[in-house]
Design a protein around this ligand. Sequence first.
Ligand SMILES: [Zn+2]
Length: 82
Amino acid sequence: MSDEPQFPSIPSLGDALIRKKKMEEKKYSIIKCKSCKVKNERLFQEGDYVFKKLIDEICSSCKEITLYICEIFSEWKIPKKE
Ligand SMILES: [Zn+2]
């Protein structure tokens, strides 16, 4: 007989941590046109920030240079096995 205390097992927490390590964070920027209100999303690029004006890109819809970043968000994705 042992005097060791019985600890309750908490397997779910460990599993979640391992799962998160295997995932990768993908960041996106949502680009909006001030002129025609069209929204597009693309991968986040270095230097992106909310309300940044994109002076060297034209709107694919109305051809105006009135694009700006209206939102930045990130997503956790499981990397595909190639
Ligand atoms: Zn536009």
